[in-house]
Design a protein around this ligand. Sequence first.
Ligand code: SF4
Ligand code: SF4
Length: 96
Amino acid sequence: MKKQSVPLFDPGAIPDNLCPIATDYSRMLPGDWRSQRPVVDRRKCVKCAVCWLYCPVQCVVERAGWFDMNLATCKGCGICVQECPHGAIAMIDEED
Ligand code: SF4
Ligand code: SF4
C-alpha cells in the first residue's frame, strides 16, 4: 500500500496574529525586574575574559585594567560570578 504524504508545515494555516509581540523589535532590556547585579572587584580581576566568554547576552565590556559589566543590558543571571576563576565578581541586591 502506498503511503500518503502529509505536509509537515503549512504556512497558510498559521494565523497572522499568533504572536503580535514578536513583530516588534525588542532589545530585551532588563528594566526593573533584575533583582541582583554583578560587581567586579578591580583588585582581583586579571582580565582573563572568562566572564566575557560565558555571559549569555554579551554585556561584559573591557576597561583599561579590568572587565566590567554593562548594567543597561545585564540580566543579573550570575553566570559570570560562577565562572570567574579568580572570584572577582559578586552579585549584590539591586536595592543596595
Ligand atoms: S572572569 Fe573574573 S578575572 Fe577574568 S576578566 Fe572576568 S572578572 Fe576579571
Ligand atoms: S550577571 Fe549574567 S548577564 Fe550579567 S554580566 Fe553576568 S553573565 Fe552577563
